[in-house]
Design a protein around this ligand. Sequence first.
Ligand code: ADP
Ligand code: GLC
Length: 485
Amino acid sequence: MHIVFAASECVPYANTGGLADVVGALPPALVKLGPQVTVYLPLYAQVRKHLPSELIRVIRSLTIPFDSYNRFAAIVDGGKRAGVQYYFVDCPELFDRPELYGPKGGEYPDNAERFALFCRAIIEATKQLGVPSIFHVHDWQAALIPVYLRTLYYYDPLFQSTSCVLTIHNAGYQGWFPPSTTQRLLFPWDLFTMDKLEHFDTFNFLKGGLVYSDILTTVSRKYAIEIQTPEFGNNLENVLTRRSADLRGILNGVDYSEWNPATDKNLIANFTPSDLTGKDACRNDLLKAFGLKPVANSTPVLGIVSRLATQKGFDLVAQIAAALDDRDLAIVVLGSGEGGYERFFRNWAAARPDRVAVHIGYSDKIAHLIEAGADIFLMPSRYEPCGLNQIYSLKYGTVPVVRATGGLDDTIEEWNPEKLTGTGFKFEGYLASSFLAAVDRALTAYAKPAAWHRLMLNGMAKEYSWTIAAKEYVAVYEEAASRRV
Ligand code: ADP
Ligand code: GLC
């Protein structure tokens, strides 16, 4: 079975969030189970440092038509890593830019054209480089592949037995564009209807993918249920409910070769469940890295690593900041994103320089320092399709406090101080008081070192490896393939 992945992010080439981690780790896990996997990505400016200076163009020019002009894309060979073949869609005027999607907090105005070209170039490229059994497309940026295949490419004999699987990593981003996009991308106007591409008078990439893919997946079981409701569906709940029988929730794995305290090269000291002494050194090193003075062992260090976006629930953090100031704790924050949240964290750190520190930016190294050195990890997300940092936290003995939504609910079990079971602390309603109560339960537990030690070990014993998820994807591919024979 040959699977073609189409995605807008993949570690180590280009990343802004968890999508990149997934597209980086799932293909090698699949290859180990047997399928052949090829990954297509846009050739952004930041991809170049991973490629030889002389690009190897396996296809020099593909003609991609738009309403009144053609664009020309090349396909660059990125070689094989861990058994996975990488190709890059090269169209410098669209992709050779400083950011992936737009200047800070914004969108490039031609994103519809950029990602439509990406999708169509992949279809055309596979005609020369290998037509897959399955196109596995990720999020709105790749969602036009199934739309093209089942409309403009309907009669192409090469794709008659190719199926499409679409994974929703985040239903909050859908690729909404003006109705005129229909014509711009050369789709006939009769596709711009409520049951196909039209969505509240916009042209909606993700909706198109949901309508035309054979099977839909998302990244946790809980989120698969949630997105069929108005609270989480972002107006796609009706489309998703209609396709409920074809929607599966497959929890992401994590890459334990990257995120393992026993082997992590970013740390001043390594540690394991049987010898946690290194974690103290990591804690001191973390405080130092953030310019905070050492704190007593009885004072927990709380950590945050995140995109600073509305999704992540930082308005709840802002609402409980004053209450946290009254408690005996330190807090370190790594993140970047929306200006309002960046300002809030900067101001908080300026007001409490002894106990609160923030690093605005993106740093893989500092993310590892926080996962290892913090005692408690905060993820009060408004919604969270899967979430990776709470899973990394478990492995590092850093106890998560999370909202019971999406993958956070699927991966974290509430601590039971009587039975000594559970891995973290959860709250249900999106309320500051509920969040604070969960933090307080964590602080109470932290004050009892023996029980806390047990709680850390419970989390460290959890395994969310890609092998399990990859097997579930193979089953989905087989089911999708069986529909097109
Ligand atoms: P999302 O994809 O919604 O941002 P996830 O929890 O799935 O959330 O994945 C986030 C990933 O991005 C994690 O690997 C996390 O460590 C990383 N990350 C997020 N923000 C930063 C940052 N400022 N610096 C370094 N890594 C970050
Ligand atoms: C999205 C989600 C996140 C998920 C990631 C990878 O960015 O916000 O919850 O873990 O995709 O699937």
